[in-house]
Design a protein around this ligand. Structure first.
Ligand SMILES: Cc1cc2nc3c(=O)[nH]c(=O)nc-3n(C[C@H](O)[C@H](O)[C@H](O)COP(=O)(O)OP(=O)(O)OC[C@H]3O[C@@H](n4cnc5c(N)ncnc54)[C@H](O)[C@@H]3O)c2cc1C
Ligand code: SF4
Length: 558
């Protein structure tokens, strides 16, 4: 391989003799945690593995492939520049096969426990034989003990109990054993729509160097079947790029993070969200540093607490749920089959082609949770076919342009609409997994299967996060440019009522659903008939990849 990257790595190569070796997976790209943070570079060697075989197992967004590969290569170069010996290999199959010859040559390797179950399963045979020595992953901010101690007899698992426990144990945002400001969460104060001020910041852009451009070219050539496009200018690839993104987030986003956390707008895809998740999940940004620097800032408490809750609360909590349920393979309260092959997130239905995944016992199709019995295919609208629903079309366009959108668009537009339409939660999860640049099994499955769709029932959240048009209209400006009117003919509201009707039997007895089920009971049979007709109309049109037109909307019960 004679490339910019290979030449640069060759130039920086140190003598590999007499080193202790560490395997660094694709999402542990940091010398801020683990052995790389405390052992002398001249005593250490690292193995980094590029794996086009894994990249081709699902139709991942090209931006995601470029992000992972560019960061992995830059990390290898940065470590070599510090004097760490680097072995860079290209795998064409499971990681364990790529590592075997290296273990034979270098001796047993250490590895911090992988975050992704998929990688843990792949490496398990080497770990069992002692050829890989698993050491704790030091990137996490909490321990299993925090989860266990906070959840009582759980499941069900509850984030607020976990978060309060972590705040108390660590003393973060606490004063005299009481939460700063008198309460643990300021969420209730943080639900403002955004009307254009303060001005939403533009995300930073990056100057791709030769190594990054080579990755972009490689991804476009080798993964040309993959959806999405690579935008090199929005690709943080080096350690400096990561620092620049975080500096921007601190300066431009955090001061206004809290109040507009739930807002959505056509004028800004990210508003005051920090966009750090892709780099946190790769450990190009280290969670402890992000936390410490946030705590050291002079910020309005609602914004500071709101952000801290995401990082020490939600992010850590979902990872514990993933571990405790073995990626939802051990489910309570819902059926959960496991498919044989990684899902394509509806890519096949949309493109008319088959995505060939190979299975060498390294990955299965994941838990197919169905608490609400949802089993319909994901409509082509999620792959870019215009649906006529402005909120959906806007967010889908953002996702395919950036490989990212913020939390509320994920929850209250994409997951909401898919859930109202009875779409298979597994297929939706796989769609998020391939489309988002921050998605890995440990984080995407809890967020979609459990939080976004309620497919695991009350395992992790108390109720489904579903809403009609009123919520989207209140929290966004999408409706202003929509052919539908949120107060008159928007189909999302009847879809919401029909969702409740369809699932009333499963949701009855849930105290948080009493009010809305009471509202459902008051709807006349004619109105419910119209809800059903609209559900059938929307399902048929979107299922066929068509566009909804207000003029075609059913107006009478049926
Ligand atoms: C349906 C759905 C799917 C999601 N899929 C993913 C995913 O694949 N990968 C992912 O990292 N996050 C996922 N999330 C959580 C959250 O939406 C993203 O972490 C966040 O939008 C990333 O953007 P940001 O960095 O600007 O976040 P900010 O709003 O700035 O929040 C700061 C950080 O908090 C963490 N965080 C906040 N909420 C969560 C959460 N629920 N789970 C985990 N971390 C959280 C993230 O690390 C994030 O970077 C999903 C949420 C939903 C509802
Ligand atoms: S009117 Fe309905 S479909 Fe259109 S943007 Fe608003 S909520 Fe979405």
């Amino acid at each position: 391989m004679s490339t910019d990257f290979a030449r640069a790595l060759g130039d920086r190569t140190s003598d590999p003799g007499g080193r202790r070796w560490l395997f660094v997976p694709y999402d542990q790209l940091s010398d801020g945690v683990g052995p790389l943070s405390r052992e002398a570079p001249e005593d250490l060697g690292i193995v980094v593995v590029e794996n086009p075989w894994k990249a081709a197992q699902r139709p991942y967004h090209r931006q995601k492939l470029a992000l992972v590969l560019a960061n992995l290569r830059h990390f290898a170069l940065e470590q070599a520049a510090r004097g760490v010996a680097v072995r860079h290999v290209v795998a064409h199959g499971p990681y364990r096969e790529a590592l075997r010859p290296l273990v034979a040559e270098l001796g047993p390797l250490r590895v911090m426990r992988p975050a992704e179950r998929e990688l843990r399963v792949d490496l398990a045979p080497l770990v069992a034989k002692g050829l890989l020595q698993e050491i704790p992953h030091e990137g996490w901010l909490t321990e299993t003990r925090d989860f266990v101690d906070s959840q009582g007899e759980g499941p069900p698992y509850r984030m607020d109990a976990f978060y309060r426990h972590v705040r108390r144990r660590t003393g973060i945002l606490m004063e005299d054993a009481r939460p700063l400001g008198g309460k643990y969460s300021f969420d209730a104060d943080n639900r403002q729509p955004w009307k254009g001020t303060p001005r939403a910041p533009d995300p930073p852009t990056f100057d791709p160097d030769g190594v990054t451009l080579e990755v972009v070219e490689l991804v476009n050539r080798r993964f040309s079947r993959h959806p999405g496009e690579v935008d090199p200018g929005s690709l943080p690839a080096t350690s400096n790029d990561a620092s620049r993104l975080w500096s921007w987030a601190k300066r431009a986003c955090l001061p206004h993070f809290g109040p507009y956390e739930d807002a959505m707008s056509v004028k800004s895809s990210g508003l005051f969200h920090t966009r750090v998740s892709p780099l946190l999940n790769l450990h190009r940004l280290v969670p402890s540093q992000v936390l410490e620097e946030t705590l050291a800032m002079d910020l309005p408490l609602a914004s500071q607490e709101g952000f801290v809750r995401q990082v020490i609360g939600w992010r850590e909590f979902v990872r514990h749920v993933h571990e405790a349920t073995d990626g939802f393979r051990q489910l309570t309260d819902s059926d959960g089959d496991v498919g044989d092959l990684p899902g394509d997130g509806g890519w096949g239905g949309w493109s008319g082609e088959t995505w060939h995944s190979s299975n060498e016992d390294w990955a299965d199709g994941g838990a197919d949770a169905r608490f609400l019995g949802a089993d319909r295919p994901l409509p082509p609208a999620f792959w870019g076919a215009a649906s006529g629903l402005e909120c959906l079309d806007r967010v889908v366009a953002d996702v395919w342009r950036e490989g990212w959108s913020h939390h509320i668009t994920r929850l209250m537009v994409l997951s909401n609409i898919a859930t109202l339409l009875g779409v298979s939660a597994r297929q939706l999860t796989d769609w998020f997994w391939v489309a988002y640049i921050d998605a890995y099994d440990w984080v995407v499955e809890p967020n979609v299967l459990a939080m976004g769709t309620f497919a695991t029932g009350p395992l992790m959240t108390t109720k489904p996060y579903v809403s009609g048009a009123a919520y989207i209209s209140r929290m966004s400006d999408y409706c202003e440019s929509c052919a539908f009117d949120p107060r008159k003919d928007c189909p999302i509201t009847p879809l919401y009522w029909h969702f409740l009707e369809r699932n009333a039997g499963r949701l009855e007895g849930n105290p948080r659903m009493n009010l809305v089920l009471g509202g459902l009971a008051k709807r006349s049979e004619d109105t419910r008939g119209r809800d059903r007709a609209i559900f059938a109309w929307v399902s048929e049109v979107l299922g066929a990849g068509g566009r909804l037109d207000p003029a075609d909307e059913p107006s009478v019960g049926g």
